[in-house]
Write a protein that binds this ligand. Structure first.
Ligand code: KIV
Length: 279
């Protein structure tokens, strides 16, 4: 389906989700792909990087998302150290995303150094999405969350990695935070679709972290994010209004309370009164 969209020059749409209600809403909006990203670590669990999130935590959130989404392709993001140690471990963990998490495919970060893992996973019939450019699991090696592929040699390496991932069997490729003209070149050279985040308008599709798009993650917003809502602000307003109304006795109002028929109430009072006299 994604390849068909690339062939027809129809942009692919992808967003992240980590829970049931968000998956429902993203699916209902008709997005092509839902990624249960390891960005979960930062935007939901409050860590500084994506490194601490575990396989079990990812699977837990994948299960919730898979209960909410009916139409979108579901991609589970393989967390740090779930695919780097050996191809065998990579395959076992990728399998868990499908078997336990209800995902349709997995995503993993890296280029030539990940080919054995990609081949093992694809060889078992599990679709793999690649991820090049700013690969957050290598944040310490990259010297921070910074744009990649800005020199000719770095860009050439990225093009080679992209071609190698395609040959290894990846069905699509995320390009994160790289120059727009490099993303365009990669998208033109590959037959598989590219999905950009901070990689300009020429990729075959776009992805954003949903919490960034909604304005729900307030700690920082990458330059490439467009905020389509201010959910953090809306939450703050709602919480303050609730607190004020409870303190002022405005909430709960009669329409929020449950009534009891007069006859039942009188019977209760009478029997309580009689019980009281017995003692
Ligand atoms: O974890 C994530 O949300 C991602 C996207 C930024 C592509 O990898």
């Amino acid at each position: 389906m994604l390849r068909e969209k690339k062939a027809k020059h129809q942009p692919i749409t992808m967003l992240t989700a980590y829970d049931y209600p968000t998956a429902l809403a993203v699916d209902h909006a008709g997005l092509d792909v839902i990624l249960v990203g390891d960005s979960l670590a930062m935007v939901v669990l409050g860590y500084e990087t994506t490194l601490p999130v575990t396989m079990d935590e990812m699977i837990h959130h994948c299960r919730a998302v898979s209960r909410g989404a009916r139409f979108a392709l579901l991609v589970g993001d393989m967390p740090f150290l779930s695919y780097q140690i050996s191809a065998e471990e990579a395959l076992r963990n990728a399998g868990r995303f499908l078997q336990e998490g209800g995902m349709d495919a997995v995503k993993l970060e890296g280029g030539r150094e990940r080919l054995a893992a990609v081949e093992a996973i694809v060889g078992a019939g599990i679709p793999v999405m690649g991820h090049l450019g700013l690969t957050p699991q290598s944040v310490h090696q990259l010297g921070g969350f910074r744009a990649q592929g800005k020199t000719a040699s770095a860009a050439q390496r990225l093009v080679e990695d992209a071609l190698a991932l395609e040959s290894a069997g990846c069905f699509s490729l995320v390009l994160e935070s790289i120059p727009a003209r490099l993303a365009r070149l990669v998208s033109e050279r590959l037959t598989i679709p590219t999905i950009g985040i901070g990689a300009g308008p020429h990729c075959d599709g776009q992805v954003l972290v949903t919490h960034d798009l909604l304005g729900l993650f307030d700690r920082f917003t990458p330059r490439f994010v467009k905020k389509y809502a201010d959910v953090h602000g809306e939450m703050a307003r709602a919480f303050a209004a609730y607190k004020r109304e409870v303190e002022e006795g405005v909430f709960p109002a009669p329409e929020h309370s449950v009534d009891m028929p007069d006859g039942e109430w009188e019977e209760l009072i009478q029997s309580l009164g009689e019980a009281g006299r017995d003692e």
